[in-house]
Write a protein that binds this ligand. Structure first.
Ligand SMILES: Cc1cc2nc3c(=O)[nH]c(=O)nc-3n(C[C@H](O)[C@H](O)[C@H](O)COP(=O)(O)OP(=O)(O)OC[C@H]3O[C@@H](n4cnc5c(N)ncnc54)[C@H](O)[C@@H]3O)c2cc1C
Length: 429
């Protein structure tokens, strides 16, 4: 084999699909999919890391992903809401201010218009929010929600991902406050999703195009330079050598199996923060609610988002049932990560009952899943650290690709986009 790829998530598999038969993918788990993976159990399908939708600003990539799914794809309309003081507000928040209690609506629109931060140059996510939305929207929604999803103080988060957050036109915010409907965040309003098999179906669809080998249950235990190539050892002491090596596994994992990794990379990685996820999956009897997801800024509720797989595809639930996934961002040492699964489950069910969404007698399926690597956190010194990390590894000739390999908050479409670009380079070698 001339090319070795570590990791069988969408990055590794979509890259392999663009290469010839001399490629081998080594995946730790028994199943490919990674963060795009789905759990299919007792008739319920959940995208285990969190709800996944297919969309992209890159039309070529989106078309490729949709075409790769063949007949197994349909389009859905986003129906997201924000849970605010027991009421449902349309997402994004600033596009539905009229649904807020009147005092809150006034505070939001007043803060938006009379904004002492409007001319400030923001240095953190919190400051950006005050400048962009004003104090009302920031204090009531944006900052508490971001504190929950990032499990971190928004004043310590940088500006790296604000380009992903659309800035609402003033006209929309004014209209929304007096109740004239507007729609924000249009590029995600309609999204694609597999009819069958959950989001993981896209990874299997790419896998069908792979001409080389995909080895599952093959955790990499050592990576070493060997002449001009690379030697890779997997569990059971199996050794392989490749001319070119691509790692799509989390870079923190790569560094634990690569004793000769550059020292600067190790130091930079130790300064990069990431979040873990605890997701509670519940299958229920009945009809459920007609939403894609609910966002919950309320700090008294343990989860920051609920999603409803039936809305993504009817086939995600057995007939006469619905399901819900509750997402909790966690970090080792924060208490919630240390809470056992039964306690997390109970806490989530209590909160869902408080919200009036679930009756525990209807629960037919329950499961808790944990992901160590969920979100790369863009701290204030993120760019500096990630640059050292990437550049020092690039100098060794090892290629990094994907969300946690490159330590970049990217979605599956960008993984595919970068896989296409890397495949061009590798095909030219
Ligand atoms: C909550 C959440 C919601 C998301 N929503 C969306 C969305 O709506 N739309 C979207 O497009 N994207 C979404 N994403 C992003 C998407 O999941 C990722 O961008 C994508 O799955 C990353 O793929 P990857 O292949 O780069 O990495 P991964 O999926 O992490 O793959 C890495 C693989 O490496 C394997 N591995 C680890 N260690 C080893 C080892 N030692 N040896 C061998 N293999 C190993 C892992 O098992 C894994 O399969 C979301 C992500 C999260 C967490």
């Amino acid at each position: 084999m001339t090319i070795g790829i570590l990791g069988g998530g969408i990055s590794g598999i979509s890259l392999a699909a663009q290469l010839d038969e001399n490629v081998e993918v080594l995946e730790k788990r028994a199943r490919i999919g990674g963060l795009c993976g789905s759990i299919i159990d007792q008739g319920f399908t959940f995208d285990a890391a969190g709800p996944h939708i297919m969309f992209s600003k890159n039309k070529e990539v989106l078309n490729l992903m949709v075409a790769t799914l063949g007949d197994n794809v349909h389009q859905r309309r986003r129906e997201n809401k924000i849970w605010f003081k027991g009421q449902l507000v349309k997402y994004p928040f600033e596009n539905d201010l009229a649904s807020l209690p009147k005092e809150d609506n006034f505070a939001c629109i007043y803060g938006y218009i009379v904004n002492p931060h409007a001319d400030e140059a923001p240095a953190s996510l919190a400051q950006w929010s005050y400048k962009t939305f004003g104090e009302g929207i920031s204090d009531k929604y944006f900052i508490p929600y971001n504190r929950k999803i990032w499990n971190y103080d928004p004043a310590k988060l940088g500006l790296e991902f604000v380009s992903r957050i659309p800035k609402p036109p003033m006209e929309d915010v004014l209209k929304s406050s007096i109740g004239i409907p507007t729609e924000g965040y249009l590029h995600q309003l309609y999204f694609y999703y597999p009819v069958e098999g959950g989001y993981e179906a896209i990874v299997h669809a790419f896998a069908k195009k792979v001409r080389g080998r995909i080895c599952t249950s093959s955790p990499v235990t050592e990576v070493k330079r060997s002449g001009k190539g690379w030697q890779v050892t997997t569990k059971n002491e199996e050794r392989r050598t490749y001319n070119e090596l691509v790692s799509t596994i989390p870079v923190h994992e790569l560094l634990t199996v690569w004793p000769d990794a550059p020292k600067e990379a190790r130091e930079a990685a130790s300064r990069l923060r990431y979040n873990s996820l605890i997701n509670v999956l519940l299958g229920l009897r009945g009809d459920g609610v007609p939403y894609t997801a609910l966002y919950i800024p309320d700090p008294a509720i343990v989860f920051h988002r609920l999603s409803f797989p039936k809305y993504f595809s009817e086939r995600n639930v057995p007939h006469g049932s619905w399901s819900v996934m509750a997402e909790i961002t966690a970090n080792e040492g924060d208490g919630i990560w240390e809470t056992n699964d039964d306690q997390v489950l109970e806490r989530v069910i209590v909160d869902l009952e408080k919200m009036g969404l679930v009756d525990r007698n209807d629960i037919a399926y329950r499961r808790v899943v944990r992901f160590q690597y969920g979100y790369p956190v863009y701290e204030l010194d993120y760019r500096e650290n990630v640059t050292v990390l990437r550049e020092s590894i690039a100098r060794t000739g090892l290629h990094l690709l994907g969300r946690f390999a490159q330590f970049d908050y990217i979605n599956s479409d960008v993984c595919v986009e970068r896989a296409l670009a890397l495949a061009k380079t590798l095909n030219d070698v």
